[in-house]
Design a protein around this ligand. Structure first.
Ligand code: SF4
Ligand code: SF4
Length: 286
């Protein structure tokens, strides 16, 4: 079994068991991609995302492969966010609330990531580079590290020093849509995570064919098409001209007040996702 198949099984098996442990959340089949740690795309992220964006070798000195994975949300979670059309005003900001299910999905996926990534690291480090238990082969184990510190958000820039979406793009999982989300073969509604390893395995090629209908038609004949995600953004943070991440962040903070009122520590409902729901790219590559 190759490494990608093996890791995909590890993730799927863990999630199936975890779903029986009392969480109200469910996840669709994971997508896994491998990014080369020495890809020239990583240094570019200090220009594109955050000036202090980490490199894989900042996280693991002899990194070779970054394992990136995407967990798509179930259809009903996405539908709930489309159907929730309550206009609310929070601290003078008028918005359409995210659904309670969408907020729950975000919180529960964060909890899952913490446990699943620890599990993946532990399981990988029991194996040698041939995928055999180190206890039997006596060879050196695979090494893996989690980009925990790097992945924290810089509140001044509202960007991360380890952008999971950009890492997933380098790992060949998809291309960015007009809504700034990565459109994968299973759409754009879900969450990404990653771990850095010294696996001796081939990297995936970066996808060069546009998945977003708008970008594809602009590239073909300079005529825009689709653009549905722009119309979904109730605050005007997302327009054809660009994306106001500070306004978007305010909307997400307002949703936290709606879904976790009065909670300042440990609340984890900074969500919106209206520009992901009910689109041709929500569940698939259109
Ligand atoms: S809704 Fe249309 S324009 Fe927006 S990201 Fe999806 S495919 Fe692109
Ligand atoms: S998440 Fe999307 S819809 Fe919501 S405010 Fe941000 S850009 Fe707009």
């Amino acid at each position: 079994m190759d490494w990608k198949t093996q890791i995909t099984h590890m993730i799927s098996d863990y999630i199936r068991e975890y779903e029986n442990s009392g969480t109200p959340m469910r996840w669709k089949a994971p997508l896994v991609g491998f990014a080369a740690a020495d890809s020239p795309e990583f240094p570019k992220l200090s220009r594109v995302v955050h000036p202090e964006h980490a490199l894989p070798r900042d996280i693991l000195s002899d990194a070779s492969i970054v394992v990136s994975y995407f967990l798509p949300y179930p259809d009903e979670i996405v539908r709930s966010n489309l159907e929730e059309d309550r206009n609310v005003s929070v601290n003078g900001l008028s918005l359409i609330a995210a659904s309670a299910e969408w907020a729950m999905a975000y919180r529960e996926t964060n909890i899952l990531f913490g446990k699943l990534n620890d599990y993946l690291k532990e399981e990988l480090e029991k194996l040698d580079q041939q995928g055999r238990p180190v206890s039997e082969s006596g060879r050196s184990p695979v090494r893996a590290a989690l980009p925990l510190k790097a992945a924290s958000m810089d509140s001044a820039t509202v960007t991360s020093r380890w952008s999971q979406r950009h890492v997933a793009r380098i790992a060949g999982l998809g291309t960015f849509g007009m809504n700034n989300m990565l459109i994968t073969d299973s759409g754009c509604c879900g969450r990404y995570s990653s771990l850095v390893t010294d696996l001796k395995a081939p990297a995936d090629p970066i996808r060069r064919d546009e998945s977003c209908l708008y970008k594809r038609s602009m590239a073909a004949d300079h005529k825009p098409s689709c653009g549905l995600c722009i119309g979904r953004c109730p605050s005007g943070a997302l327009t054809a001209e660009g994306f106001d991440r500070f306004l978007c962040s305010k909307v997400c903070e307002a949703n936290q007040e709606i879904h976790d009122p009065g909670v300042t520590l440990g609340a984890d409902s900074e969500v919106c996702g209206k520009c992901l729901s009910g689109l041709p790219c929500s569940f698939c590559r259109p």
